[in-house]
Design a protein around this ligand. Structure first.
Ligand code: SF4
Ligand code: SF4
Length: 447
């Protein structure tokens, strides 16, 4: 079973929590088995920071025993949404549903509202991520800032110390923007190499397109190598996970409709995502559009066609990597929360990595423990995110691996920053990139 992070439409009282199916809220039997798997509870040892505590709070609001307060809203945003508690729960409590409804309710009532918060949310969630041309324009400006040497000049000078701490931290996390985004790297139609077995659509994403366009190119190349004709429209949209996870799900619905219109599920054998966080959201458009008669049926087909790239490649049978002379490499694998807990995809990325000749896979302790990225959590909750990152880097260092592989753009960025901050000499790479390099080597090309 995969899990949803998209609240259903509120129809009765207008309250997301009061209208949530009561069987979901009351299902928790308070056993506490989820507690040791929860990163926030494990760190603070406070019941309110645990899944059980958060469920109890949500139930109290749903029952009308407690008013929605700013403290409630803050608690829901202190939760990472990593869904580790769902993997641990023997009763199958749908924590994702409770948590998303709780956040949506906090937004509906505006309990966390402040002018600064409203401006930031409007600029990011409602403006920047609703049209990727705006996001890519910002990316180009950052690229100019980086390539002209302004960034290194500013970092070397002491100017940044004059700015508030959050701004300094944000600057330190600025990703390196590549010279090209996905559109100039990938043809709209990439033919299958050899006999065409499938026709698939490739979702290039938003952050993925902005920061990791080469992973998108590698994904298309690997899909083509495995008998897929790949359709990659140059102009695409954000999948809406950012909106759905932050209580803006009217916008999430708008983006879901846009995707279904652009990639009609009847036209493809699969619609491919290569980012674990996006895939977890993309697989639940049917729930998001359950009340929309014009899209409901197509959304169901869409969900069935949506595949994570590891999942798809292992399902169709991975083309073996031929050739000699592949360099020896030691790789450890950090699992994206939404790939392992959200989509229950744990085996396939490891199988894919193990198919690369001369690659030794070293199991990472606590591989499915959140790295602190969690969407924009590392920006909104830097202290907790920093603690989780430190824990993750300690384990990664302990493996002695030369590469850490991961299948989600947010985690990749967090790991790159973590390696720099904690001075861990390690390459951070998507499993698909490692596979693409191996295929190129096998074909006698430079990786
Ligand atoms: S989603 Fe993660 S952080 Fe939130 S309650 Fe569950 S385990 Fe804890
Ligand atoms: S969420 Fe599940 S594991 Fe956690 S206390 Fe409730 S029933 Fe137990």
């Amino acid at each position: 079973m995969t899990t949803s992070l998209s609240p259903t439409t509120s129809r009765l009282t207008g309250s997301f929590l009061k209208d949530l199916d009561y069987s979901v809220v009351q299902q928790c039997m308070h056993c506490g088995l989820c507690l040791p798997t929860c990163p926030t509870y494990t760190t603070t040892k406070l019941e309110r920071n645990s899944p059980r505590g958060r469920i109890a709070l949500a139930r109290a609001v749903a029952d009308g025993r407690m008013e929605m307060t700013p403290a409630f809203g803050e608690e829901m945003y202190f939760c990472l949404g990593c869904l580790a508690c769902m993997s641990a729960c023997p009763a199958g409590v749908n924590y994702a549903e409770i948590f998303e409804h709780a956040r949506a309710e906090a937004e509906r009532l505006g309990v966390l509202n402040s002018l600064k918060r409203r401006i930031i949310r409007w600029l990011t969630v409602k403006w920047l991520f609703m049209d990727l041309r705006r996001l890519l324009l910002v990316g180009r400006l950052i690229r100019i800032y980086q390539t002209l040497g302004i960034q290194s000049l500013i970092r070397r000078s002491r100017i940044l110390r004059l700015f508030p701490q959050p701004l300094q931290e944000l600057e330190a996390m600025t990703p390196t923007i590549p010279p090209k985004f996905s559109a100039p790297l990938i043809a709209p139609v990439t033919p299958a190499l050899g006999k065409r077995r499938y026709r698939v659509a490739m979702l290039t994403g938003c952050a993925q397109d902005l920061i990791f366009s080469e992973i998108n190119r590698d994904t298309v190349e690997v899909l083509a190598r495995n008998g897929c004709e790949v359709i990659t429209p140059p102009r695409q949209s954000c999948c809406g996970s950012l909106h759905g996870h932050n209580g803006e799900w009217a916008l999430a619905q708008q983006l879901a409709r846009r995707h279904i219109d652009q990639f009609s599920p009847d036209d493809f054998d699969a619609v491919i995502s290569n980012a674990g966080g996006c895939g977890s959201h993309l697989k639940h458009y049917a729930q998001l559009l359950a009340e929309d008669a014009g899209y409901r049926d197509r959304a169901k087909k869409w969900d069935a066609k949506l595949k994570d790239v590891h999942e798809w490649l292992m399902a169709i049978g991975l083309e073996p990597v031929a050739g000699q002379g592949h360099p020896a490499q030691t790789v450890t694998y950090h699992e994206s929360c939404h790939l392992c807990h959200g989509q229950k995809i744990t085996r396939q990325p490891r199988q894919l990595l193990s198919a690369i000749p001369n690659l030794t896979l070293i199991e990472l302790p606590e591989s499915n423990w959140c790295c602190g990225s969690a969407g924009i959590y590392n920006i909104t909750q830097p202290e907790m995110a920093g603690q989780l990152l430190e824990r993750k880097m300690k384990h990664i260092r302990g493996t002695g691996a030369g590469v850490v592989a991961n299948g989600n753009s947010g985690c990749l960025l967090q790991l790159i920053n973590g390696a720099r901050q904690h001075q861990v000499q390690i390459r951070v790479a998507h499993p698909i990139t490692l596979l693409a390099e191996a295929y190129r080597r096998a074909d006698g090309h430079r990786p």
